[in-house]
Design a protein around this ligand. Structure first.
Ligand SMILES: Cc1cc2nc3c(=O)[nH]c(=O)nc-3n(C[C@H](O)[C@H](O)[C@H](O)COP(=O)(O)O)c2cc1C
Length: 304
């Protein structure tokens, strides 16, 4: 998740456990092959990938996500990031951001199944056969009329998996997620379908699985609200108590960060607290306390 789920967060959450796969924040492909440096920055797990596989520290595979509209550049970048060691390629056709859509990337491509087909096909042809190429879609741009056609285009172009966020771009993040549409899509394609949208606890996971008919699910915001969500869903844990969450917040301060830690860290930790406060009232109190603190040091001091 762009702006919130970086490699530090992937390490923390997969150390807590229960996750089978992580996807990176999207990497924007425009009209060139991205530098090694930029790929390593977005996905530091690639640095050790050739030797140990592209995994978080606790061994969960990490797949790089690309977002773009140009089949050739998407293909060249997919081939490159695989050489660097990514655990497959994920293609983002769901991003609702205006700047991204204006440049014909993300969800706007859901208006045009042929473009989806061309991008997936180019990527699929550029990578070895045993590499997983997955795609992430929404149900459509303004309406759901192309939901099935889009999924079929992605399948016929050779994708191996498809994750469906059960809303259109226009629906944004407004509840409800239309899980029954995932079932409709699943009925019409034969590659694995992963259900996504509004899975925040054990019960919503159960209901989503039932309605979508998908066993495989992806969680986004829920993982930030409740760090052990995957274990809660798998029924191997109860909700993590706040004092354990506090330990994670402290661990996040100790993580190596890229760039200027003093700017990056305060921003990210405040973003995380915005999600945590939906699950823990203590997070809201903490957020209010650190809201005006501008440096990493001041926030670290407050947490310790
Ligand atoms: C702040 C934010 C950033 C996101 N960034 C990405 C992204 O980079 N790639 C992606 O596929 N989805 C991204 N998403 C969408 C989520 O992955 C997910 O599909 C959506 O939030 C619905 O699932 P959820 O209810 O489990 O959060 C983002 C969502 C949010 C709220």
């Amino acid at each position: 998740m762009e702006g919130v789920l970086d490699h530090l967060m992937r390490d923390l959450l997969t150390q807590v456990g229960g996750y089978d796969l992580c996807v990176t924040e999207f990497i924007r492909v425009v009209d060139q092959v991205i530098s090694d440096r930029a790929f390593y920055r977005a996905c530091p797990e690639l640095k050790n990938a050739r030797a140990y596989g592209c995994n978080t520290l606790s061994g969960t595979p990490v797949r790089v996500q690309l977002l773009g509209q140009h089949p050739q550049y998407m293909a060249e970048n997919a081939a490159k990031v695989l050489e660097l060691g990514s655990s497959g390629i994920d293609l983002n056709f769901g991003c609702p951001a205006k700047t991204v859509n204006r440049n014909r990337g993300g969800a706007v491509l859901l208006k045009d199944p042929e473009s989806l087909y061309q991008i997936v096909k180019a990527v699929q042809e550029a990578v070895p056969n045993d590499v997983i190429v997955s795609a992430k879609i929404r149900l459509g741009y303004e309406d759901k009329s192309l939901a099935i056609e889009n999924a079929q285009a992605i399948e016929s172009a050779g994708a191996n998996e498809i994750t469906v966020h059960a809303r259109t771009k226009t629906e944004g993040y407004k509840p409800p997620a239309h899980w029954h549409w995932i079932a409709k899509i699943k009925q019409n394609i034969s590659i694995p379908v992963i259900a996504n949208g509004d899975i925040f606890n054990e019960e919503s996971a159960k209901t989503c699985r039932k309605i979508s008919t998908c066993q495989d699910i992806m969680v986004g915001r829920g993982a930030l609200m409740l760090p052990n969500l995957a274990q809660v869903i798998k029924q191997t844990a109860t909700v993590m108590p706040w004092y354990e969450v506090q330990k994670l917040l402290l661990k996040y301060t100790a993580c190596e960060t890229y760039g200027d830690k003093s700017k990056y860290y305060p921003n990210r930790i405040k973003q995380w607290l915005k999600y945590l406060k939906l699950q823990y009232k203590e997070a809201d109190v903490l957020f209010q306390e650190i809201r005006t603190l501008k440096t990493a040091e001041a926030i670290e001091e407050h947490l310790t």
